[in-house]
Design a protein around this ligand. Structure first.
Ligand code: CAA
Length: 261
């Protein structure tokens, strides 16, 4: 496992890779060097045969307090535009094929909230502090917040949050369906996130990859096209060994021994 300055990576359970954002002095503010390390760690886990699922977390106090305000304060339009500032943050959604479970405790603000929204499954503590406070800095969300938050919670709630800059709690995130489940404290959160990751990692790698791919298509395609896309991928899985292994094991009342082929 490589060593990084602003993140930590471990493999805490079979098939599970964990990335912990670790820039405590700045509440894990997402500076360019941190994002470069995050993308590198994601790429390494995505390529690693020993990892099937990634858990992304921060600390008890902060998942991430947003883009690094001090780093971008003096950025000009032409610099931001010509370097495609923040585009590389979407690496997580555009390039990573393995499921990512986000485990959020404490602040998840601005880019931190957006990073959480990019995760495939989101768990959080009830007291987590989500929000898109960019309006208070004279700007707007820049890493997909206006789009993903709106899809997740509806236009009226998203508009209210983005225009006022007010936050929402982890409890609300659970009630609104932003988070799949909520937990009392960081320890419970991490235990559940790792357990779910381990459960997923116990399935066929081929099926896991296909499942993530088709669910994510639902975010981009009209329903009819999405259903057709799903059916095509479903048909293609009859060409995998693991479909035969899984269905044969069911008929024989045995545990499937996946070949991951
Ligand atoms: N960027 C840079 N530094 C940050 C930061 C950020 N987003 N958030 C916190 N920090 C730094 C603080 O400057 C402080 O550093 P110093 O000790 O050197 O002063 C340190 O982290 C601890 O922060 P606080 O003392 O402020 O801690 P607190 O507990 O009093 O408050 C907080 C916590 C409410 C999260 C507060 O830090 C805060 O409001 N942070 C900014 C949140 C924000 O506006 N995020 C959006 C950024 S814009 C964005 O993300 C754009 C986009 O869409 C991609």
């Amino acid at each position: 496992v490589k060593s990084y300055e602003f993140i930590q990576t471990t493999e805490p359970r079979p098939g599970v890779g964990q990335i912990t954002l670790n820039r405590p002095k700045a509440l894990n503010a997402l500076s360019t060097p941190l994002i470069i390390e995050l993308n590198s760690a994601l790429q390494a886990f995505d390529a690693s045969p020993s990892v099937s699922v990634v858990v992304l977390t921060g600390s008890d106090r902060a998942f991430a307090a947003g883009a690094d305000i001090k780093e971008m304060a003096n950025l000009s339009f032409s610099e931001a535009y010509t370097t495609s500032f923040i585009e590389s943050w979407s690496y997580l959604t555009t390039n990573i094929k393995k499921p990512i479970i986000g485990a959020v405790s404490g602040h998840a603000l601005g880019g931190g909230c957006e990073l959480a929204l990019m995760c495939d499954v989101l768990y959080c503590t009830e007291s987590a502090n989500f929000g898109q406070p960019e309006i208070k800095l004279g700007t707007i969300p820049g890493a997909g917040g206006s789009q993903r938050l709106t899809r997740a919670i509806g236009k009226s709630r998203a508009m209210e949050l983005i225009l006022t800059g007010k936050g929402f709690s982890g409890k609300e995130a659970g009630e609104w369906g932003v988070a799949a489940r909520t937990f009392k404290d960081y320890d419970e959160l991490m235990e559940a996130a790792l357990k779910t990751a381990e459960t997923i990692a116990g399935h066929s790698k081929v099926a896991i990859r296909a499942a993530k791919e088709v669910v994510n298509k639902s975010q981009d395609l009209p329903l009819r096209d999405g259903v057709e896309y799903e059916r095509r991928v479903f048909h293609s899985l009859f060409g995998s060994e693991d479909q035969k292994v899984g269905m044969k094991a069911f008929a024989e009342k045995k545990k499937p021994e996946w070949t991951h082929q």
